[in-house]
Design a protein around this ligand. Structure first.
Ligand code: ZN
Length: 279
């Protein structure tokens, strides 16, 4: 569920809380979250290390760490939240669905960096260096959909001659970093394009509308959730903020026609048969 907007909100919150703080101790209740090294290595590298900065690249969070006195090398802690992961700074490391926690030195409030993850699909990596461009994990990502918005020309060039559904192209992290199933569906609804339209058939005007709608949608989705507790759809207390996603059978907010659920490239996709004609 977390896509670029939720990861960006997480990055902003961590950026306000972490830089300058030092890790006192690391606990890993679920070591399967670690994609590199083992618990002992994470403890050795992170205990005593300080946070330098927090970045986001597509749906990855990058926590840059300055080495401890003992372990002088800088590292980047990389997190992917996948379906249900949440990375936050909290006063306590509540045990329920906790997979990783780092106790921070000093201060009595917000003393733990916690990774909670009920479905346990989230991942953590620890890579040497603090230059994300050199991290192989991130090397195949396309430009970030928010920070480096793609022009209509670039998108059209990537879609030229392709029979691939436009929704699948938007979700391809090698073409555009950060859009998932929900964002891609909502953006295509905004511009009135059927999600199964072959990318190679879009006109120049359609590419232009699409290129403009991507960062505009993302900025709106971030603004709508900022300053509120971060709830993912499906959780208790979570409201559904989306125009179409998981609203099958309800009236389209624009024209009133019943929203339909279809499957495109293996993913549940919501469409308005009127506003996205040709579906
Ligand atoms: Zn409609």
């Amino acid at each position: 569920m977390p896509e670029l907007p939720e990861v960006e909100i997480t990055a902003r919150r961590l950026r306000a809380a972490l830089p300058g703080r030092r890790i006192q101790s690391v606990i890993v209740p679920d070591p399967r979250i670690l994609q590199t090294g083992d618990v002992a290595e994470w403890q050795r590298r992170l205990e005593g290390a300080a946070f330098l900065g927090v970045r986001r690249r597509a749906k990855f969070l990058l926590l840059e760490m300055e080495g401890s006195d003992r372990e002088q090398r800088n590292h980047t802690l990389i997190a992917h939240l996948r379906m249900t992961g949440k990375l936050s700074v909290a006063r306590e490391a509540l045990p329920r669905s906790l997979r990783f926690a780092a106790e921070l030195e000093g201060g009595s409030r917000g003393a733990f960096l916690c990774f909670h993850d009920p479905r346990r699909l989230g991942q953590l990596w620890l890579m040497p260096g603090t230059a994300p461009a050199t991290l192989p994990l991130l090397a195949r990502l396309g430009p970030d959909a928010l920070e480096e918005p793609s022009s209509a020309e670039r998108l059209a060039a990537r879609g030229a001659g392709s029979r691939r559904a436009i929704k699948a192209l938007l979700m391809d992290q090698g073409i555009l970093g950060g859009l998932g199933n929900i964002c891609a569906g909502e953006i295509l609804f905004r511009v009135g394009l059927p999600p199964d339209r072959p990318a190679g058939e879009l006109t120049g005007t359609e590419w232009e509308r699409l290129a403009a709608a991507i960062p505009e949608y993302l900025r709106g989705a971030i603004a709508a959730q900022e300053g509120k507790p971060l709830h993912y759809l499906g959780e208790r207390d979570a409201l559904n903020p989306f125009a179409l996603y998981r609203h099958a059978g309800s009236p389209c907010p624009r024209c009133g026609a019943p929203i339909r659920r279809v499957v495109i490239a293996g993913r549940g996709t919501y469409v308005c048969p009127e506003c996205q004609k040709g579906s």
